[in-house]
Design a protein around this ligand. Sequence first.
Ligand SMILES: [Cu+2]
Length: 267
Amino acid sequence: MHSIHARVLTAMAVAAVPLALPAAAWAAPAEPAVAWTPYQATLNPVTANHVTGSGKAMIQLSGNTAKITVTASGLVGGASPHAMHIHVDGAGACPTPSEAKSHNGHSSTNVADAMKDYGMIGTSLTTSGDSTAKSALAVTRFPAGSSVNYSRTIEVSDDVAANLKSGKAVLVVHGIDYNSNGKYDNVLGASELDKTLPAEATDPALCGAFTASQMTSMPNGAADTGDGATQGGSGTDNGMIAGGGAAVLIGVGAGTWALRRRSSVTR
Ligand SMILES: [Cu+2]
């Protein structure tokens, strides 16, 4: 009785072996899957700056690799460039209307006024080349016009990645039209960031804090990025950063703004 039972068990165990092998092979893929964590931000207008536009931003983060999309509308149109950044190390918040101050006699919010809310620039959402804070005002490499449809994969710093995870990362789109004349002018005086620029060109327009995304239908980005070996930077971006000496920092006045924009068309 005992021996029969034991023999049956042994037979079952033996039979189970060939079944277990394919199961184990199935459970262990050749390459580990890359985990992408989604974050999203609803971009609301900085109403103190007479902005009525809106937008949204999505980031999928794996290590330091960030797949970023930004869509926005209702911004200053024409050739007006809109600097866009991921701000970090602040309170993870956007400025409120009550924080507005007088600039050239007009109640508004400039970048310095809002610094305690959204912090410093961590990543510049440029369209090409360097994407660090060094390109904060590289006006020829930001989207221009009334709407933004931006998509780029960027290597972010450890600090930016940590701020995304801790809820302190804030997306800010700059460039406003306080007096509704369709262009950047000096109605609010000069920019506190660069005296040769009008404040309208650098004041915050849209703002939104990133939160862990609730979306369940995020596309799985693992398939098109390969394994973890790419973490540290795609070859393309590294190449561009190597050539980052061409980064155009604004030292240009309002008068030469249009000129710079025109020349950028040939890029
Ligand atoms: Cu900014």
